[in-house]
Design a protein. Structure first.
Length: 370
């Protein structure tokens, strides 16, 4: 029994000695992280600031895979080396120090899809490095929609002695600076014409009044209808002695200027001569006034349409569809008023006089006539 106890004590002592030896052993020296320094940019961004940096690399691996001073005889001799503080924090700090934040039109998010330094052996005592970058630049427009503006794919190469890693960080730093330089150049050019970069819509309107088409009369308060404009064949005898079919249309010409969609709107109120007719012997002043008022009504509806299309009512993303919807509503309004006008004035000079007064008042209110 005593022998067994003695043997057990010796065994325990041996185990303890082994643990002490293991605890006293020094672990292998870890690779020091890369300290990413700020770069000196050759430009001062005036249009953008980087508000956020996000690391979206799958798995978020180490940035660098570098050869040690003496490569081991292993299938994968490179060692993982991270940026000091972690990739996302290091890149955020790099951007903040390289391009200090300042008020700008576009607050941009930089998403990191790839950022990798990969080394391979290049002969005796040499390491060849390949830097690969894939970045995406996003912007949230005033309407709250996230827009991917552009992507950057680039990189750099270097060759270094295995014993000296001094070239790794400066090469990565310059590659990252190259991505920011690219984005600054891209944005400066795109802001002049890319509608995605617009922050507002500013519509301006003008009415087309030139009489340039043989079969079309464009509305001009200084040029009312004449019976010579009624060139269509009279219809079979019916309720009306004469008829016109006025309508209106618009044409938009957008262009981006300093981040604003300058939308020139050309409004055309017109009558087609060949669709306008008058019965023989019915070319009276009263009948011509009645048909002119149809034309005036369309001019008033077009003016209401114009006044609804304000900068506050139009969004950069949907200004076309908003205008089309407003136009359709105005077109429906126009048809309803025309029907009401005909129904109330048919055979009633007094009702016609009331409509004459109503239309003239509104034309004066909008400054169309004095």
């Amino acid at each position: 029994m005593n022998l067994l106890r003695a043997w057990g004590k010796e065994r325990v002592a041996g185990v303890l000695l082994g643990l002490l030896l293991l605890m006293g052993a020094q672990p292998p020296t870890a690779d020091k992280p890369l300290v990413l320094l700020p770069a000196t940019a050759s430009f001062t961004p005036t249009l953008f600031t980087i508000k956020q940096v996000r690391d979206e690399r799958p798995g978020r691996p180490a940035v660098a895979w570098l050869l040690p001073p003496t490569p081991p005889a292993a299938a994968s001799p490179t060692r993982a080396v991270e940026l000091q503080g972690g990739t996302e924090a290091a890149l955020r700090q790099f951007v903040a120090r390289t391009l200090p934040a300042r008020p700008a039109r576009y607050g941009v998010t930089m998403r990191v899809r790839e950022c990798r330094v990969q080394e391979t052996a290049a002969g005796t005592g040499q390491a060849a490095g390949q830097i690969s970058l894939h970045l995406t630049f996003d912007w949230v427009n005033p309407e709250g929609r996230t827009i991917t503006l552009t992507e950057y794919r680039g990189g750099a190469r270097y060759l270094r002695p295995l014993s000296d890693r001094a070239v790794v960080e400066p090469t990565l730093r310059q590659a990252l600076l190259g991505s920011l330089t690219y984005f600054n150049t891209w944005l400066t050019r795109a802001a002049a014409h890319d509608v995605r970069l617009a922050t507002a819509v500013h519509p301006t309107f003008r009415y087309y009044t030139r009489q340039t088409e043989a079969d079309t009369v464009f509305y001009d308060s200084a040029r009312p209808l004449t019976w010579a404009d009624f060139t269509g064949q009279p219809r079979p005898k019916g309720r009306y002695a004469a008829s016109v079919f006025p309508s209106f249309a618009y044409q938009g010409r957008p262009r981006v200027v300093n981040g604003v969609v300058e939308l020139e709107m050309i409004l055309k109120i017109f009558v087609v001569r060949s669709s306008s007719w008058v019965d023989a012997g019915q070319q009276t002043t009263e009948h011509l006034n009645h048909e002119q008022r149809h034309f005036d009504i369309v001019r008033l509806v077009a003016e209401r349409f114009r006044r609804k299309a304000t900068p506050d009512s139009l969004t950069v993303e949907d200004y076309n569809s908003i205008l089309q919807l407003q136009y359709l509503k105005s077109f429906t309004e126009m048809n309803h008023i025309q029907e009401q006008y005909d129904a109330e004035t048919h055979g009633s000079p007094l009702a016609q006089e009331r409509w004459n007064h109503r239309i003239d008042e509104e034309l004066r209110q909008y400054g169309i006539i004095r």
